[in-house]
Design a protein around this ligand. Sequence first.
Ligand SMILES: Nc1nc2c(ncn2[C@@H]2O[C@H](COP(=O)(O)OP(=O)(O)OP(=O)(O)O)[C@@H](O)[C@H]2O)c(=O)[nH]1
Ligand SMILES: [Mg+2]
Length: 307
Amino acid sequence: MEQNQQPFKSGVVALIGPPNAGKSTLLNTIIGEKVAIVSPKPQTTRNQISGIHTRDDAQIVFLDTPGIHRSRLRLNRCMVDAAWKALYGADMVILMLDGWRYATRPEQWDRDLASVATNLAKSGLPLFVVLNKIDKISSKEKIFSLLARCQEQWPGTDVFPVSAVKGTNVDRLMDMIVATLPQGMPLYDKDQLSTLPLRFMVTEIIREKLFLTLQEELPYNVAVDIDAWEQDPETGLLTIVATIYVSKAGYKGMIIGKGGRTLKRIGSMARPEIVELVGSKVFLELWVKVKSRWTEDRQFLTGLGLG
Ligand SMILES: Nc1nc2c(ncn2[C@@H]2O[C@H](COP(=O)(O)OP(=O)(O)OP(=O)(O)O)[C@@H](O)[C@H]2O)c(=O)[nH]1
Ligand SMILES: [Mg+2]
């Protein structure tokens, strides 16, 4: 019988790019489970999110990151710092771009990518460019001209047109990542999908439902923290008490909604996903508290794993 002579590969791949490019969606598609939250709004991801993909010939730790954008706000600066920090210790970088955005608004390219391109060049890490959301671009010519623009900006770099949502071309991207990674042993059990603590993942699920439910600027002004996490040894019921922090008193009523309806909806959207994640029955209690200017509060941000 023929033996597989290929050496085992392992390494860390940082997923970097402007907000809303589809970085978290790609991570989830690769891992095959939801490890990162996703929403149609930009700046959904706030921390580094790890996802572990193990196959017969390789183990890859992906680091999903907050979208790179310009802002003077402390929370946003911490998010962008967290993104760039993912390059330390990474073996390679994937720059993820929303192809549809640049197909429809080409003038956004320089604004979004000038500083990203400079920083990536400085890192000296192997780079792949992923042109995402090609399912939304019906004209082949537009895709070709975007691929050419990527080649112009990053000469000699491999560029992959993909659809992270549909999984188009993701297998080819994975094979090329594995080919680029160094030889190495797996660091994690093959069944482990993330290094993130369950409690953090629960706060992320709640935050995703806030992003999906709330309008305008509100989602950017909420943070979620766990107050209590207790499992009844007899019934197995896990009671989770979490607080949603808002930066202004006016926001509190908007989250709670008329007769508590909005908060209840957020809880019922989050609970089934939490049950799936923790693998037991869950009682979820949500509170809303005002913490003025939390987005500028260094200590509070550190508590959220930022800064
Ligand atoms: N049509 C289409 N939509 C996509 C694709 N990939 C992602 N999206 C959508 O784009 C939006 C943003 O996706 P995310 O995965 O949250 O993007 P992100 O880059 O992680 O965004 P931040 O965390 O804000 O930086 C969501 O509504 C996704 O459903 C794709 O391949 N095709
Ligand atoms: Mg994200």
